[in-house]
Design a protein around this ligand. Structure first.
Ligand code: OGA
Ligand code: NI
Length: 362
């Protein structure tokens, strides 16, 4: 049912990305030039004219009042339906841990190249870039460090940096704390649809997590280049820690055909619905396209934690949301099968989830 993988590792049969230059090095070598491969096609180039109107911005949810205030529950459910994105404050992750996390990730990307290359990407984990399916593909202006964090057995410790010295410990603490938040969000989001709070948590099973740390170097032509191509996340739910030292707004979400910026709010986390939760909620919650743009004079780091259903779980709409008036809209899949499809080509909009949709005549 999944299309043929474009590039596979012959020993594992898994899709792997082609290796590409480290953008941080390119930007250092010639700070005035954008190599041709990084120039986005005309229709994909970021417009620098974005709506800034306050009323059209991603909702901010105060998690400390969710229990007592039905309006806040309504607000989070509406945000997940209409935007697929919201920000949370009073979410329970200590500010000091968020700060430590930002700091170790920034320090890692500042290491000399040969040190970072000790963790070079293997089978889609490690330092480098992912989703490069062909030599002709336009490239994103970013380097990444991608690691599986939960369950503990999924970790490939040889790809976990040992410098800075507190990298591993911080990553571990952050993975556990954000897991608690992810579970809480899943139960609140189920409640927001009027179903049992544990409904989504049960269909996820033991949560699996991966962290994608993005480093966007300064770019001489932010108008021509994408930091991260438009995509929806192949996750259940994503928790994004933005750079708090960034004077410009880099993350954008698609809303009604427009790109709307998501500002970095101190102490807030950005939450977005991933493809699996769109499926599990039978399309009630939306996994929405987003992208990141770059800036001329400032680098940026961001940390996306993807919480997924357990690899062995079948991902399908929960029966509680299906009836005669709400037919099942998605084929069942597994996280593993879906990841193979998602990884087998360049990042592009909602290509993978469209593939799972059951069409009228099926
Ligand atoms: C991601 C992502 C946005 C950002 O890593 O999936 O959407 O602001 N990141 O870097
Ligand atoms: Ni994303």
């Amino acid at each position: 049912m999944f299309k043929a993988m474009s590039i596979t590792d012959l020993s594992t049969g898994k899709p792997v990305s082609l290796s590409v230059p480290i953008v941080q090095e390119l930007a250092l070598q010639d700070p005035h030039i954008v190599p041709e491969k990084y120039v986005a096609s005309e229709q994909d180039r970021p417009s620098l004219l974005l709506p800034t109107c306050e009323s059209d911005s991603v909702p901010v949810i105060d998690m400390s009042i969710l229990h007592d205030n039905p309006k806040e529950l309504e607000k989070i459910a509406l945000a997940a339906q209409e935007w697929g994105f919201f920000q949370v404050v009073n979410h329970g992750i200590p500010g000091s841990l968020m700060e430590r996390m930002r700091s170790v990730v920034k320090s890692f990307f500042q290491l000399p190249l040969e040190e970072k290359l000790k963790y070079e990407m293997q089978n889609n984990q490690g330092y480098g870039q992912a989703f490069v399916a062909s030599e002709e593909q336009r490239l994103d202006w970013a380097d990444i460090l991608f690691l599986f964090t939960l369950p503990v057995e999924s970790r490939d410790m040889k790809l976990w940096p040992t410098t800075p010295a507190n990298f591993r410990e911080t990553m571990q603490d952050y993975a556990f704390e954000t897991k608690i938040l992810a579970e809480k969000l899943l139960s609140v989001l189920a409640q927001g649809l009027g179903i049992r709070p544990s409904c989504f948590v049960e269909s996820f099973g033991e949560l699996c997590a991966a962290v994608r740390m993005n480093y966007y170097p300064p770019c001489p032509r932010p108008d021509l280049v994408l930091g991260l191509s438009p995509h929806s996340d192949a996750s259940g739910i994503t928790i994004l820690l933005q750079d708090d030292k960034c004077p410009w707004v880099a993350l954008q979400v698609r809303k009604g055909g427009e790109w709307v910026s998501i500002p970095s709010i101190p102490d807030a986390l950005v939450i977005n619905i991933g493809d699996h939760l769109e499926v599990i909620s039978n399309g009630r919650y939306k996994s929405v396209e987003h992208r990141a743009v770059t800036s001329t004079n400032k680098e940026r780091t961001s940390i996306a934690t993807f919480y997924n259903p357990h690899n062995k779980m079948e991902v399908r709409p929960v029966p509680e949301l299906l009836d005669d008036y709400h037919p099942c809209l998605y084929r069942k899949t597994t996280v593993f099968e879906y990841a193979m499809h998602y990884l087998s080509d360049k990042l592009e909009g909602k290509k993978s989830i469209d593939f799972l949709k059951i069409h009228e005549n099926n």
